[in-house]
Write a protein that binds this ligand. Structure first.
Ligand SMILES: Nc1ncnc2c1ncn2[C@@H]1O[C@H](COP(=O)(O)OP(=O)(O)O)[C@@H](O)[C@H]1O
Ligand SMILES: [Mg+2]
Length: 279
């Protein structure tokens, strides 16, 4: 993304912020019917990769986590500390080498191959680079996960509602190149919600965005989890964004080195200070 489009991003999204109340109303309407999240637990979770020269890299090294349903959890740590691998394991994009993952009632690590696709539909992924299909409109991008499936809801209506919920009413027929980076990430978030997931896994979702747009995206993810009860796992380098979550899990070399509850009664500055002290 060029700097020019970043400038446009900020301007366009300032306009959208003005219409926040109507967006919020729509999100709240969806709440009662869909409020649910799942607890996420890992025990002794291990994933190794074979690196060059026969070295084995422990990307996730005996990780134990116990994250309540509906919690907002930041995964932080330097590049290579295992944040993405942990999200991929929980989302069943990668297969663990050892240990267990339980999401809600499902022991993900015990699922046979034939049940993985159904499990993955209970999880919504949001990526740093959006991964939208460039030739498709925003609406069709949101619909892609359900296009080949028979579902018991009106796909088009849900996709439109989700786009409205993320602040993109009226932009349904725009292709990604006509949208700013922040708007493209909003489309990706709507797409992640199309199956009404119990867990959202967001891997550096603000990594390609300017600070202000990044904050808006994290605010949106936090608002959606508050309104829908979804469990949110957010991998981020950015400690200011991490401090907005309820729990901060710090990883280093694949290991959890600290789990910190973020006290709601502390200011962001105090929280940041205590997170940075751990560093
Ligand atoms: N597909 C892969 N093949 C080999 N090594 C990998 C692969 N994915 C991740 N790794 C290694 O695992 C470790 C953790 O990586 P990653 O989970 O991407 O960390 P982070 O997201 O915190 O940057 C790193 O050492 C990385 O090089
Ligand atoms: Mg990563």
């Amino acid at each position: 993304m060029t700097d020019t489009s970043r400038t446009e991003t900020t301007q366009t999204e300032t306009t959208q912020t003005d219409s926040a109340p109507s967006r919020r109303d729509r999100a709240t309407e969806a709440t009662d019917a869909t409020r649910h999240g799942a607890p996420v637990r890992t025990h002794n979770l291990v994933k190794t990769f074979d690196a060059a020269a026969g070295n084995v890299v422990p990307a996730v090294d005996h990780v134990d986590l116990d994250l309540p349903a509906g919690s907002a959890v930041a995964l932080t740590g330097p590049s290579g500390s295992g944040k993405s691998t942990l999200l991929h394991l929980i989302g069943a994009i990668e297969k663990a080498d050892g240990g267990t993952i339980t999401v809600g009632e499902t022991e993900v690590t015990a699922l046979p191959g034939g049940k993985l696709a159904a499990y993955r539909r209970t999880v919504g992924f949001v990526f740093q680079r959006y991964h939208l299909l460039p030739a498709l409109t925003a609406l069709d991008n949101v619909l892609t996960p359900v296009l080949p499936l028979k579902v018991d809801f009106d796909k088009q209506a849900r996709a439109r509602d989700l786009l409205a919920m993320v602040g993109l009413a009226g932009r349904e027929h725009d292709v990604p190149s006509h949208l700013s980076g922040g708007q493209q990430q909003r489309v990706a978030i709507a797409r992640a919600l199309i199956h009404d997931p119990a867990v959202i896994l967001a891997d550096e979702p603000t990594g390609n965005l300017d600070t202000r747009t990044g904050e808006e995206i994290v605010d949106l993810l936090l608002a959606l989890r508050a309104e829908r009860g979804t469990t949110l796992l957010l991998a981020t380098h950015d400690l200011t964004l991490a401090a907005r979550c309820d729990t901060v899990v710090r990883l280093r070399d694949g290991q959890v080195i600290e789990v910190q509850q973020v006290a709601g009664d502390r200011s962001t500055a105090e929280t940041l200070e205590s997170i940075e002290r751990l560093g």
